[in-house]
Design a protein around this ligand. Structure first.
Ligand SMILES: Nc1nc2c(ncn2[C@@H]2O[C@H](COP(=O)(O)OP(=O)(O)OP(=O)(O)O)[C@@H](O)[C@H]2O)c(=O)[nH]1
Ligand SMILES: [Mg+2]
Length: 381
């Protein structure tokens, strides 16, 4: 079996997006999270046709939003010709099953959506293996006949015909086998990576971390004069990329560009991206990049700081970089922080200087004078 057999596709699908507001959560916060869910959906190729916010004092145990509400969402979704219903919060496997039964369409929660988006993006063998593993582990307890509906479009699971429990059991067995295989593959890949990493340890490493779409790859390109993939979409980068860059005064460091963070990052995803994230964490210096033009950048900063703390990155190894300052009027954002614009180049030299200041002296590389400098030195004598 090759990996496409377990693939789903959200490309050209339409959805209703649903959020539960548990009082006293403010309405604007629920709407902001839905904005992001819609953005995640868009990045995966799925258009959100309608939004529903249900207020309750607590989630409904069986159906999360309540049976009556689920029924009306099902009707609305069918009227709008939708293919699926997205939930902003994580649902338990039994909630997914109950909701799908009531709604009559596939139900995806935020984690499932993020996993699907990652699946579409992953390019290198390691990223593909990591994402597929995370997705299958997530799907296994949630597998219902409704997933077929999506699987069909990509030649996915449930293709051998037949309905009912027997078919489901076959699908589950197939997934378990595939999961075992992927786990073994990943171990092999991780061993190779560790060997490669130990060979690189003499250079000062600087990794770029931060919320998705803040401009990490754009900044990476500017610092290393390269051409990593930049796109106004969530999770444009999934594969880490390493490259040397100059920080002035003849010194070079190794920069690492990696996957962005997002709030409510699925637990499985974090586990399978462990080796990628460990590389971020193992750097000598972590640039925590923020998009100061984003309406919720402060919340994104909190999410980023939590993830970095989880990964064991101490505060003194973090340098906060305020990006996209070109979008603000200059007075609006003052302070001693490192403020840059990766697109215009504003503040990049001070950033380089700031990085240089953090390189311990034992690592300062003594480079031979260039021919030009050598000539200048001779002339001096
Ligand atoms: N105005 C402005 N736009 C920027 C700046 N830096 C990046 N962008 C834009 O922001 C968008 C996202 O940039 P990326 O570099 O792909 O962001 P990223 O953090 O690598 O995103 P992911 O890989 O998805 O996590 C692109 O449309 C960039 O052109 C900046 O300094 N100013
Ligand atoms: Mg990127």
């Amino acid at each position: 079996m090759h990996s496409d057999e377990t693939n789903l596709s959200l490309i050209d699908t339409r959805a209703v997006a649903v959020a539960l507001r548990v009082q006293p959560q403010p309405v604007y916060e629920v709407e902001e999270h839905l904005d992001e869910l819609e953005e995640l959906a868009r990045s995966a190729g799925c258009r959100v046709e309608a939004r529903v916010v249900q207020s309750r004092s607590a989630p409904h145990a069986r159906s999360f939003i309540g049976g009556g509400k689920a029924e009306s969402i099902g009707e609305q979704a069918r009227e709008l010709g939708c293919d699926l219903v997205l939930f902003d919060d994580d649902l338990s496997p039994s909630q997914v099953k109950n909701l799908e039964k009531i709604i009559g369409l596939p139900v995806l929660d935020r984690s499932a959506l993020i996993l699907q988006l990652f699946r579409q993006r992953a390019k290198t063998r390691e990223a593909r293996t990591q994402v597929e593993l995370a997705q299958l582990q997530y799907m296994l307890p949630r597998l219902t006949r409704y997933w077929r509906h999506l699987g069909r479009q990509a030649g996915g699971i449930g293709q051998r015909g037949g309905e009912g429990e027997k078919q489901l059991e076959m699908d589950r067995r197939m997934l378990r086998r595939r999961i075992g295989r992927l786990e073994r593959d990943l171990e092999t890949i991780a061993r190779t990576r560790t060997t490669q990493r130990s060979g690189r340890r003499n250079a000062f490493q600087v990794s770029l971390a931060g919320y998705t779409n803040v401009g990490k790859s754009t900044l990476f390109n500017r610092l290393t004069r390269s051409d990593a993939f930049v796109q106004n979409q969530l999770f444009a980068t999934l594969d880490s990329k390493l490259r040397r860059g100059s920080v002035g005064e003849g010194q070079t460091v190794v920069f690492a560009d990696t996957v962005g963070f997002v709030r409510k990052l699925p637990h499985h995803l974090v586990a399978s991206f462990r080796s990628t994230l460990e590389e971020v964490a193992a750097a000598d210096l972590v640039l925590h990049v923020l998009d100061v033009s984003h309406p919720t950048w402060e919340e994104q900063q909190r999410v980023g700081a939590e993830i970095l703390a989880d990964l064991g990155v101490e505060a003194d190894r973090i340098l906060t970089v305020f990006n996209k300052v070109d979008r603000l009027d200059s007075q609006a954002f003052e302070g001693p922080e490192v403020r840059v614009s990766a697109t215009t180049g504003l503040g990049i030299d001070s950033l380089r200087e700031e990085i240089r200041r953090r390189i311990p002296t034992r690592l300062v590389t003594v480079t031979a004078p260039s021919e030009f400098e050598a000539a200048a030195l001779r002339d001096d004598r």
